[in-house]
Design a protein around this ligand. Structure first.
Ligand code: SF4
Ligand code: SF4
Length: 129
C-alpha cells in the first residue's frame, strides 16, 4: 500500500490531539483561510491546547476523501501517530485505534529515533514527562 493511511482516517475521528504553540502558529501561518486560533483550538480541562472536532471528526478532516486538509503542516502529534508515549512504562507503543500499525516504523532505527523525537517533543514543547 503506497499511502499507509489510504481510505482510513480512523485517528481523525473524535480527535483528542494536543497541540504545541509551534503547531498552532504553523497552522495559522500556512492556512490560506485566515484561520484564527479559536477556529480550530480549545483549552481542555488539563490546560492543554486541543484540536477541535466538527461533529464526530477533526475539523481538518475531509470526511468524504478521509484526507487531512492540512497534511503538509499538520500537528506534530499527528506526524508521530500511530506511535504514542506510554507514560507508565516510559516507552513508545502503537495506539490500539490504528488498524494498520504494522505498516509504520518498520525499521528499528527509525522506530528508536522517532520515539526519541516524540519524547523530546512532549518534554520541550508540551512540558510533559
Ligand atoms: S495512522 Fe492509522 S488510524 Fe490514522 S489514518 Fe493512518 S492507518 Fe488510519
Ligand atoms: S490535523 Fe489532520 S491528521 Fe491530525 S487529526 Fe486532524 S485531520 Fe487528522
Amino acid at each position: 500500500m503506497k499511502n499507509k493511511c489510504e481510505n482510513c482516517g480512523e485517528c481523525c475521528l473524535r480527535t483528542e490531539m494536543i497541540l504545541s504553540e509551534s503547531d498552532i502558529n504553523r497552522i495559522m501561518k500556512n492556512s490560506t483561510k485566515n484561520l484564527q486560533k479559536n477556529d480550530f483550538v480549545f483549552k481542555n480541562r488539563d490546560g492543554f491546547f486541543q484540536l477541535k472536532n466538527n461533529e464526530d471528526h477533526c475539523i481538518f478532516l475531509d470526511s468524504l476523501s478521509k484526507e487531512c486538509k492540512i497534511y503538509e503542516y499538520r500537528p506534530q502529534g499527528c506526524r508521530f501517530y500511530p506511535l504514542i508515549y506510554n507514560f507508565q512504562e516510559n516507552n513508545c507503543i502503537y495506539d490500539n485505534d490504528c488498524p494498520r500499525p504494522h505498516l509504520f516504523y518498520q525499521d528499528e532505527t527509525e522506530l528508536k529515533e522517532t520515539c526519541e523525537d516524540l519524547s523530546r517533543f512532549l518534554k520541550q514543547e508540551l512540558g510533559l514527562q
